[in-house]
Ligand binder design. Structure first.
Ligand code: PGA
Ligand code: ZN
Length: 439
């Protein structure tokens, strides 16, 4: 026994940003240190990601998590008691073994990720260091380039527009604090423009403005105008980033754009995106094709992988073997890291490490269902991911993460390094803009 041995694990049902139940785990160590973490929840999920255990039935629409909480209190607590919290990988291996399924479907990815993250928090508390420092060890860290949603669509806005996230990346900023200030100006300008156009209708699930647009492209135009109204230069100060989340409307190589009332095959879908890449300063594009459309992914990656960040989210589901495969087939050049897609911190970190080996961009990401939990802010810094995506610039479950990174930046003081545009796996973003489309 030592001060960092796990003594007890508790679970409680708490509530997320959509008002749905979720799992909070609390890990207590022999020396008295306590760590706590809350599982987030996605809405546009990849079919291969770890699944949340939900009770079903009618209570809270079937979303209750009482069974997952019981698995934390019993199976996980029993398996982990006496384990050294500092040794995350052994703890996570035990969690994986207790579940015993490839996708955490027995005890729930919500149970496993909450416990895995709470162990890390307890270990950091026992060592008396912030989580990011506990994770970084002796390695150098950078503050992440933020990727921030301005308009929310897709599954986060009742499919009001097809594209899920219209985002900005403040590539011209020199510090994280500046980057966030730039985003604040763009978000405010976008709100003014929406109000003036009579299109302000509140916000979507992740805090981006509810997209009252007549076409997907109108959102892109509005985003350009918002950047300019904020007195900033699109493509130089601020780049556009899109999460197409194409698995939500594409299947068997056919893409149904409801808003534009068009059905596209994979070549037409590629044509549409290529046209957008040529006309807008888009530096990053996530899930441009559905997770079942490997052919579409590979063609697009080969055509554009040198000049735009192409992120696999549903396509890679935070899985190291999938990242390795993507590197070989040239489908993506970046991986989204969502700890609850993997189910433990060790597995999520393995996906990030695989991305780094292949010189991929690595982006730590929140889910659309979030809470006040700020673990991912610490992961982005401590793992030196280079990029962080947590939704928009409103709603406190989002702001909590941005504000936590500001605190970390302040704590680093003069040794703080901002990853900025260097975090992107492409050369210079400005060159992207205005280039004619390639085949
Ligand atoms: P989700 O979406 O959390 O609803 O799955 C986020 C994303 O697609 O990046
Ligand atoms: Zn996504």
């Amino acid at each position: 026994m030592s001060a960092t041995s796990i003594r007890a694990i508790r679970a409680r049902r708490v509530w997320d940003s959509r008002g749905r139940p979720t799992v909070e785990a609390q890990v207590e160590l022999d020396g008295g240190a306590i760590g706590r973490a809350i599982a987030p929840a996605g809405a546009s999920r990849g079919s291969r990601e770890a699944v949340d255990l939900r009770d079903g039935g009618t209570r809270f629409g079937g979303y209750d998590v009482l069974a997952a909480c019981e698995f934390v209190r019993n199976d996980l607590a029993n398996a982990l008691r006496g384990q050294d919290a500092i040794d995350q990988s052994t703890s996570d291996a035990r969690i994986v073994a207790v579940d015993g399924t490839p996708n955490k479907s027995r005890i729930g990815g919500n149970a496993t990720v909450a416990v895995s993250m709470a162990i890390a928090h307890a270990a950091a508390a026992a060592r008396g260091v912030p989580l990011w420092k506990h994770l970084a060890g002796d390695h150098a860290v950078r503050l992440p380039l933020p990727e921030v949603q301005i308009f929310g669509g897709g599954a986060h806005a009742s499919r009001r527009v097809d594209v899920q996230d219209f985002m900005v990346m403040p590539i011209g900023a020199w510090t994280f604090g500046d980057a966030i200030a730039i985003v604040a100006e763009v978000y405010r300008a976008a709100g003014e423009l929406m109000a003036e156009a009579g299109k302000l209708a509140g916000v979507a699930d992740e805090g981006g403005y509810w997209p009252m647009f007549g076409s997907n492209e109108e959102a892109l135009d509005m985003l350009m105008r918002a950047i300019e109204r904020a007195g900033l230069s699109p493509g130089n100060d601020v780049a556009i980033s899109l999460d197409i989340a194409a698995s939500e409307f594409g299947r068997n190589g056919v893409y149904k754009l409801a808003l534009d009332d068009r059905e596209l095959d994979r070549d037409e879908m590629a044509g549409l995106l290529t046209d957008w890449l040529a006309r807008y300063p888009i530096a990053s594009i996530e899930d441009p094709f559905a997770e079942d459309d490997r052919v579409g992914w590979i063609r697009f990656g080969e055509a554009h992988g040198r000049r735009v960040q192409i992120i696999g989210d549903d396509y890679l589901t935070t899985s190291a073997p999938h990242v390795d495969r993507a590197a070989i087939e040239h489908s993506c050049n970046a991986v989204l890291i969502k700890p609850n897609q993997a189910g433990t911190l060790t597995e999520a970190h393995a996906a990030l490490a695989a991305g780094r080996r292949h010189r991929f961009g690595t982006i730590v990401s929140a889910r659309s269902g979030e809470t006040e939990d700020v673990t991912i802010a610490h992961l982005a810094v401590g793992w030196d991911a280079g990029q962080l995506k947590v939704g928009s610039f409103a709603r406190s479950e989002r702001m909590a993460k941005w504000n936590e990174v500001l605190r970390i930046e302040e704590a680093l003081g003069s040794s703080a390094v901002f990853a900025g545009a260097d975090a992107l796996p492409i050369q210079r973003v400005a060159k992207v803009f205005g280039k004619p489309p390639t085949g």
